[in-house]
Design a binder for this molecule. Structure first.
Ligand code: 5AD
Ligand code: SF4
Length: 473
């Protein structure tokens, strides 16, 4: 639990950074520096937490003397950061790992490591060990910091290690190589205690543990100084940030303290569990100017019976009460959610209750998923599997209804002037930029690439269900 959490300072324990420096020194001795430095490539699957973890893996790889490359064929260190949330995510990870076999065949000195949620399950780590002989090592979600040791041993001894450490300490001080200068992930807590009956996360990311407030504030300051214009606080359940820890506050206080830091930036947070969405948090979101007016509040189902079997610990009535409070405090807030269709035993009536909830809440956007049984979770043992055709048909009905609602919600922005963070140049048209603001969907507008990373004012001119369009003012 929280108060037993050991916070490890990177430089003081274990010599992990020494291992990284030793690899670097070895490369330097062989003149493998600068353009000649060996490449590293990280394939990341899954959620933002994994993206944040990959930025730390990249930081460690660079400390070891590797240089980032865009093509795995050019990499002598390939890492796959896996996800286990649904079967499809695991299948994708295995397919990527399969593709890297030929890299090893062509370049026998390539080191291949697999981390993340998939390989934190014993049966998956064992499978990789037995059936993927070219994989050098796996490292579980609590063992990111072991990367330099694992790489060093693989290079020096050709050894294979499949780590399931069960250590879920917080390791502070890992180097971070961020993928975006203006948009930053900031993990504030790790793990989950909720054990929703369908979810693998508590088994692969351990119990809830929060970072010290001081460490988070220091990192936020560094990010802002380094050009971050958007900071997203991350955790499996950020609403329970600080529970039980002496040197942490709660999520609302933490966000207010971050907002009080100097600088022109916006603050986002995810993910929230409805049972822990306190009034204090709702007020902070409504009142703090720097907090983006967007709340992601996963509901999963509109049926109380399904919610009970999902072990969600709230009813649809309680959930609607939170939405009502939030809208009273902040009428224009953008609301998004996660929905699972085809949970075991879900009847047509249960599903209708989900559609009805969508009609009542009128979300700006939903993330919907077909239930995927996860080995070791209670729901995987439940009776009443919903046939795939039924789940697919429900999924399609859900999407049709939500598309209509999303379009209507997006329309409220037409004619408004909005402030956006210009995020990236469009992949299809180099004269178009994509920006993000309070709306759940991205806004496309014509603009010069030099604007990327700065705030711009845009007038919204049109929209569809999936995006909005505007003009620079
Ligand atoms: N099957 C389908 N969707 C799932 N999610 C979590 N576990 C499963 C599962 N076994 C969804 C939930 C969660 C989101 C991140 O993924 O909706 O909120
Ligand atoms: Fe999974 Fe539930 Fe924890 Fe979210 S709150 S990570 S859905 S167990």
């Amino acid at each position: 639990m929280q108060d037993n959490t050991k916070i490890t300072e990177m430089e003081t324990e274990g010599g992990e950074l020494d291992a990284a420096r030793a690899v670097r020194a070895d490369f330097a001795a062989r003149s493998l520096v600068g353009d000649k430095a060996p490449g590293y490539y990280i394939q990341t699957l899954g959620c933002q937490q994994n993206e944040a973890d990959s930025e730390r893996l990249a930081g460690l790889a660079e400390l070891m003397g590797y240089r980032r490359v865009c093509d795995p064929n050019d990499a002598r260190l390939i890492l796959v950061n896996t996800c286990a949330i649904r079967e499809h995510a695991e299948a994708r990870a295995l397919s990527f790992i399969g593709e890297y076999k030929h890299v090893r065949e062509e370049h026998p000195d390539t080191v291949i490591g697999v981390g993340g949620c998939m390989v934190t399950q014993r049966h998956r780590a064992d499978k990789l060990k037995m059936s993927y002989p070219y994989v050098n090592f796996t490292f579980d979600t609590g063992a990111l910091h072991k990367l330099p040791f694992l790489v060093k041993q693989a290079i020096e001894k050709g050894s294979r290690r499949f780590v399931i450490s069960d250590e879920y300490d917080i390791v502070e001080g890992l180097p971070v190589s961020r993928t975006s200068k203006h948009s930053a992930w900031l993990p504030i807590m790790y793990g989950c205690n909720n054990f929703c009956s369908y979810c693998i996360v508590p088994y692969v990311r351990g119990r809830e543990r929060s970072r010290r407030e001081e460490d988070i504030l220091n990192e936020a300051e560094l990010l802002i100084a380094d050009g971050a214009r958007e900071i997203t606080l991350l955790g499996q359940n950020v609403n329970s940030y600080g529970n039980g820890a002496e040197d942490s506050s709660n999520i609302a206080e933490l966000m207010r303290k971050i907002c009080a830091l100097d600088g022109d930036f916006r603050l986002r947070f995810m993910t929230s569990h409805p049972k822990d969405a306190s009034d204090e948090l709702l007020r902070a979101v409504a009142e703090e100017e720097k907090i983006v007016k967007h709340f992601h509040l996963p509901v999963q189902s509109g049926s109380d019976d399904v919610l009970r079997r999902m072990n969600r610990k709230y009813t649809s009535g309680h959930y609607l009460g939170i939405v009502e409070k939030l809208r009273a405090l902040c009428p224009d807030i953008s609301l998004t959610t996660d929905i699972i269709v085809g949970f075991p035993g879900e009847t047509e009536e249960d599903f209708e209750a989900t559609l009805e909830l969508l009609r009542r809440v009128r979300y700006d956007m939903i993330f919907s998923f077909i239930y995927s049984p996860r080995k070791g979770t209670p729901a995987a043992e439940m009776e009443g599997a919903v046939p795939a055709e039924v789940s697919k048909e429900r999924f399609a009905r859900l999407t049709t209804l939500q598309d209509e609602i999303s379009r209507e919600r997006n329309e409220r922005f037409i004619g408004r002037k909005v402030r956006l963070l210009a995020g990236e140049v469009s992949k299809n048209d180099s004269n178009m930029l994509t920006g993000r603001g309070d709306m759940a969907r991205p806004v496309h507008f014509a603009g010069d690439a030099s604007l990327v990373g700065s705030f711009v004012n845009v007038k919204i001119t049109s929209c569809g269900a999936y995006n909005l369009e505007g003009e620079l003012i």
